[in-house]
Design a protein around this ligand. Structure first.
Ligand SMILES: Nc1ncnc2c1ncn2[C@@H]1O[C@H](COP(=O)(O)OP(=O)(O)OP(=O)(O)O)[C@@H](O)[C@H]1O
Ligand SMILES: [Mg+2]
Length: 230
């Protein structure tokens, strides 16, 4: 027998006990989380088949526990040669954070961001500012291919104009304690330091003084030696 409210709304309540109410609430929460994660997926622009479940942990043993727990307390610099799955790893972690922590996530690719910045110098469509704002505000930023475009003027102390824009993004993120997952192809830390500057790396990893725990360098297995030397 349906109540009038049930008949009019078309929703059958029919809840009989606390356990059932609880399990329905759980289900609603889970649906909300999934909905949120689906919306966030768009912001990192990955193909439909890229799911956290597809993530092959054997490629990145150091990230295993992260993927399991969705920990988003530390910043990561993911280092490795091309095509080893750096972006995939960063996006999988971000997607995990979007699902578990209901975090907002965003992805910037240096090679795509640079032309947008270049264009904005001559004609500001508003799109560039929108992208910068999103990159600053997202709980988790995936930044791909750090150092692909020149960030310093050949010494590690002076930034290029594009480098200034990037520095500003990571500086604000550091102030707001927002998490960064950054990928780079620079095989040796020394080379990366020369290309983007130590100050820049410190902003990305948000390391303060001796405290290195907030920022970690994760290297693809065959590149491990370089990272350990750092
Ligand atoms: N863990 C994984 N499971 C399944 N497929 C993966 C995994 N990691 C990467 N791939 C696939 O391998 C290819 C390379 O991955 P990805 O683009 O993440 O590499 P990358 O290290 O970021 O490369 P690049 O330096 O060119 O940016 C892609 O087609 C990606 O979908
Ligand atoms: Mg990549």
């Amino acid at each position: 027998m349906h109540s009038i409210a049930e008949t009019l709304s078309g929703i059958t309540l029919g809840v009989t006990n606390d356990a059932e109410i609880e399990s329905r609430l759980e289900e609603i929460k889970r649906e909300e989380r999934e909905q949120h994660a689906m919306e966030q997926r768009k912001a990192i622009n990955v193909p439909a088949w890229w799911t956290v479940e597809k993530f092959d942990e054997s490629r990145w043993p150091a990230l295993k526990s992260w993927i399991a727990t969705g920990d988003m307390k530390s910043n990561l610099l993911i280092v490795g040669p091309t095509n080893v799955g750096k972006s995939h790893a960063a996006c999988a972690l971000a997607l995990r954070a979007a699902t578990e922590e209901k975090a907002t996530i965003y992805r910037l690719r240096e090679h795509a961001f640079y032309p947008l910045w270049d264009q904005a110098r001559y004609h500001d469509s508003g799109l560039f500012r929108d992208v910068v704002e999103k990159a600053k505000r997202a709980d988790v930023l995936v930044y791909d291919d750090l150092g692909k475009v020149e960030i310093t003027k050949g010494t590690e102390y002076a930034l290029t104009p594009f480098g200034c824009v990037l520095f500003d993004i990571f500086d604000e993120r550091a102030e707001r304690r927002r998490v960064n997952y950054v990928t780079t192809r620079y095989p040796a830390f020394d080379l990366l330091k020369k290309a983007v500057g130590e100050d820049f790396i410190r902003r990305v990893l948000q390391r303060e003084g001796e405290d290195a725990s907030r920022g970690r360098i994760i290297a693809y297995r065959s590149a491990q030696k370089h990272a350990e030397a750092e």
